[in-house]
Design a protein around this ligand. Structure first.
Ligand code: SAM
Length: 292
């Protein structure tokens, strides 16, 4: 996968060169290019912002540097796709710049452009899985009051534009959101995480939160490890873990269970769900109505 990030603080993204994602880049599993938006300005002050039409507080990011930067991203992604042995040969080529320019709104496959925004759809693990299938991703880090809206309209002719929020709060800029999203997507790429099993048994992989985990010693400052985990009985361990997932999800994120498919759960889990105040109706888990 190739990822392009445009920011006025390219150095903010430096941690993405560390740890597992750093190794993924060394191993050629991930190509990360960070572009300085100010490189696409032509005035002495390298201006990227101006006052908002209609008045109001703050500044707005100007359209033209963004258009130039995103055109550069398209051209770079197309050049990567044309390299021998690149993802382009795997049949998932990013369109050439020319093709991308010609692409109308109905075009089947345009490269994905994520625009981090508190006004976007909230980022989820399901979204991370979906994005990990893309050959290229581009991210446009806003600052100030955000990017001139016309950039999104213009970009929609060339990219599959997706405004995405990290959560219901406001950050100073898109960089931190991009770091979180790139890490969540990058670790799903084949070969990035050593043991792919660890991706399966994780919070949100199956709609539940993960069970509690423990390591040695078995007794620590008076706190023991649940007996079942020391039993060596894999079946019992698996049942205990699933029960803990249900209990933890009901306690911390009850909305994740409400409306969930009941099919994966047998008699024992349904009994736990009843105890937790849920019922199964028409194959779905629902919060039971409070008793009158
Ligand atoms: N005026 C904007 C609004 O109220 O929607 C907020 C602008 S914010 C100060 C500046 C930039 O930070 C945004 O353009 C976006 O790139 C980023 N940002 C802020 N909060 C975010 C969030 N929850 N998720 C993703 N990006 C966020």
């Amino acid at each position: 996968m190739r990822i392009d990030v445009v920011s006025i603080f390219p150095e903010y993204l430096a941690p993405l060169r560390l740890s597992l994602l750093g190794r993924a880049q060394e191993d050629g599993l991930l190509e990360l290019a960070v572009h300085d938006l100010r490189d696409f300005t032509f005035d002495r002050h390298r201006t990227v912002d101006d006052t908002p039409y209609g008045g109001g507080a703050g500044m707005v990011m100007k359209a033209e540097p963004w258009a130039l930067a995103l055109e550069h991203v398209l051209a770079s992604q197309a050049a990567t796709a044309e390299q021998p042995g690149s993802m382009g040969e795997a049949g998932q080529a990013a369109p050439t710049e020319e093709a991308a320019h010609d692409a109308g709104p109905a075009s089947a496959r345009r490269p994905v452009l994520i625009v981090p925004s508190p006004a976007g759809a909230v980022f989820t693990q399901a979204m991370a899985y979906e994005l990990s299938e893309e050959p290229t991703l581009a991210f446009a880090c806003g600052r100030y009051e955000g990017i001139d809206e016309r950039v999104l309209d213009w970009a929609a002719q060339r990219f599959d534009v997706r405004p995405v929020s990290l959560g219901d709060y406001v950050l100073n800029g898109g960089e931190v959101a991009v770091m979180a999203m790139v890490e969540a997507v990058g670790r799903l790429l084949p070969g990035v995480v050593g043991n792919p099993e660890s991706l399966v048994e994780e919070s949100h992989a199956d709609g539940l939160l993960e069970y509690p985990v423990y390591t040695k010693p078995s007794l620590w400052r008076g706190h023991g490890v649940p007996e079942v985990l020391l039993s060596g009985n894999h079946g019992k361990v698996a049942s205990w873990r699933l029960e803990q997932q249900l209990r933890r999800t009901a306690a911390r994120r009850p909305e994740l269970l409400d409306g969930a498919d009941a099919a994966p759960y047998g008699k024992a889990e349904r009994a736990v769900l009843r105890e937790l105040g849920y019922e199964v109706a028409d194959g779905r888990i629902r919060r039971a109505a409070p008793r009158a």
